[in-house]
Design a protein around this ligand. Structure first.
Ligand code: KE4
Length: 423
């Protein structure tokens, strides 16, 4: 019996998160046994170069010695207290000092918790119900965010999953990402009904799609004009595309920010934070309730602190971005030589590639229209040669500080064999 079949006997769908099941690429998922640096060892004895990095957290590479040591040392002193500890204050100060828009922060255990809580806080602070999100952006699986556009962009949302009440979906308006006109129309129509806008400032859940010039500023201006809250979901981009995240890269100060992935260094930790006057509405100081047994867990904090400390190293992000540029330029060059249309993107340690001749990719519709069949063949061709990309055409990829010349050379050598087969 395969490991996947065994898993399916007990775990719904055989996985604890759907994207891991390989439904986006076909075949059975790879079971990982161990990981170190840029490499993973699989249960069936293979070594793979990993460009998923646990979907973003492993920015230093897997099993980084300083992170593992911090976890071991902290765990030996107790795994969870359910009481304040100074490790929470320490990581909070690191976050606030790195992202000046975050004047106060609250630690939670997942990105979903962070965005769900930020939405509730924005609704509680403004006394309004409507929220605006963007097609192709993913913010975790809380009810108000599992919503797709209704019949038209400006119609009220409809659930994108069973189990989400229509009555709740109606408070979410889903707009096309990077469409400034649609944002302006929505604000004209809903104006002071809008509690907040939530956006991935660089989208990483429709492959990788950067904001067009003026888009983020337009969101900031529109929110300010009607007293709505601008929420940057930086669960993926925070400490990933730049030390200060996408907000530092694009020079926009959101009212609230959500973080996750990198700040936990692989342990369950996420956060939301922002303007002190908004955060003052959060229990216990204010009426908006939010809580969590393992929020600020000392072991997770220790992993996050060790990670955020290591990435403060001089030139860390310049080296990371140079690798991402080298990888994507190499893939683009090989694809061009082979006559295979491939659009690539990168920002800091995050990258994307889409099999499309419609570059640059700036809209979800372009990703949806790309050649998914080619992506699947590329994914498996590379996996057969020991290179592990995200098992979905709608995900971004991640470079770590442990990806060096050897990993890039092996990756591009494999691509030189696979891409010409896709013509
Ligand atoms: P989590 O609840 O999975 O920790 O975070 C949700 C989330 C929120 N915001 C953004 C921008 C995110 O990318 C995510 C989660 N990202 C996915 C991968 N694109 C996690 C992988 C998975 O679902 O298994």
């Amino acid at each position: 019996m395969t490991q996947f079949a065994e898993a399916k006997k007990y775990i719904a769908g055989g996985v604890n998160s759907p994207v891991r099941a390989f439904a986006g690429v076909g075949g059975d998922p790879v079971f990982f046994k161990s990981a170190r640096g840029a490499w993973v060892e699989t249960e069936d004895g293979r070594r793979l170069i990993d460009y998923v990095g646990s979907w973003g957290p492993m920015i230093l590479g897997h099993a980084h010695p300083e992170v593992v040591a911090a976890v071991k040392e902290t765990a030996a002193n107790g795994l969870s207290f359910g009481a304040p500890c100074t490790l929470e204050t320490r990581i909070a100060s690191m976050i606030c000092r790195t992202m000046p828009s975050i004047e106060r922060v609250r630690m939670v255990s997942s990105g979903t918790e962070a965005t769900m809580s930020a939405i509730r806080l924005a609704r509680g602070f403004t006394g309004r119900d409507k929220i605006i999100k963007f097609e192709g952006c993913y913010h975790g699986h809380s009810d108000s965010l599992l919503i797709k556009a209704g019949s038209g962009a400006l119609t009220l949302g409809i659930p994108s999953s069973p189990g989400v009440p229509a009555a709740l979906a109606e408070h979410t308006v889903t707009l096309p990402f990077n469409d400034i006109g649609a944002v302006q129309q929505a604000f004209e129509k809903f104006s002071e009904e809008i509690a907040c806008v939530i956006v991935e400032p660089i989208a990483g859940n429709m492959n990788m799609v950067p904001p067009v010039a003026g888009f983020l500023q337009a969101l900031s201006d529109a929110c300010a004009a009607v007293g709505a809250i601008l929420v940057f979901d930086e669960v993926m981009t925070g400490f990933r595309v730049a030390h200060g995240g996408a907000q530092a890269m694009h020079g926009i100060s959101p009212d609230l920010t959500t973080l996750g992935k990198v700040i936990g260094g692989g342990m369950p930790a996420a956060a939301f934070g922002g303007r002190a006057d908004i955060m003052a509405h959060l229990a216990p100081d204010g009426p908006v309730y939010q809580a969590g047994t393992l929020s600020g867990n000392p072991v997770a904090m220790a992993a996050g602190i060790a990670t955020l400390t290591a990435l403060q190293e001089d030139g860390f992000y310049a080296r990371l971005e140079a690798r991402a540029q080298q990888l994507t330029a190499g893939l683009a060059e090989i694809a061009a030589r082979a006559g295979v249309p491939l659009a690539t993107e990168y920002a800091g340690g995050m990258f994307g590639f889409v099999f499309s001749d419609d570059a640059p990719i700036r809209h979800y519709s372009q990703v949806a229209a790309a050649d998914i069949g080619r992506f699947k063949r590329f994914f498996h061709g590379m996996l057969d040669r020991g290179i592990y990309f995200a098992p979905s055409a709608f995900e971004a990829g991640f470079i770590s500080a442990a990806h060096g010349d050897e990993e890039l050379e092996l990756t591009l050598a494999a691509a030189s064999e696979v891409l010409p087969q896709l013509v």
